[in-house]
Design a protein around this ligand. Sequence first.
Ligand code: SD4
Length: 294
Amino acid sequence: RKRNWVAIATWRMALEGFVQHEAAIRDGKRASEFIPDLVQAVEDYPFYKSVGYGGLPNENGVVQLDAAFMDGDTLAFGAIAGIEDFANPIRIAKQLSVERYNSFLVGEGAMEYARNAGFAQKPMLTERAEKLWQIRKRDIVEKGLAPYDGHDTVCIMAQDQEGSIVAGTSTSGLFMKKAGRVGDSPISGSGLYADSEAGAAAATGLGEDIMKTCVSFQTVLFMQAGMTAQDAVDKAVSQATAQLVRHRGVAGDISVVCVDKDGNFGAATNTDEFSYVVMGEDMRPTVYLTDKHG
Ligand code: SD4
């Protein structure tokens, strides 16, 4: 046993997956194996509107999903974007992470790869998501509502007993996004980053602003420089927010979770409410809430 065990996930919706897979994790399952399991639990759940099955569709009424996987032992990184009708984007991202080339595929090419590799296909638009899409379309016209709203990416990361630090993300992106729009979630350093020598971080919020600030990479760099998880994430989120405000006058929602190699976790947000799930050595997943005041 080399290091302290710790896992953290964005949003309360990750909780059931932790409970479901707790026994296998307790038995010593490695992070590279259970991170996809935990992400898949969220992808499979039909009532989470922002990830996987039941995720909200784009402007054209089509569900397009982004996902990424990073293994901090080898820096293996795999991602897909704009994929339609595959049940578990995280599994495809994980498989791509071991490819020497072509580790990030989008759209048609990603789907061709996934079909050839035999990944499970499934119509991902649910009746409920379609109904919400119809309502939103009407509201945008009648009430002048902004299309982009209602988006919660799942990001899960852990350090296991051997000291491997692994992270995964999966999302349907922004509701009513343009066809082909890619968010931060599958982009290294923006949506996630993991390095077993330092720690891991991942983000949820307005992808367009997260990409502008590479906030996940910044959080890991702060940990690499010796900051604890919480100090690193506090500084990275406030710095990114201030940078956006300075340059653009406004900053979108940014929430980040992280773990450091000493088994500490951290979470920070520039929003009014951000929930996350933490599991430590006691193997009891717990939901926490934070806000922009810490
Ligand atoms: C995106 N960051 O595609 C994602 C959406 C999200 O909480 O996380 N929302 O921009």
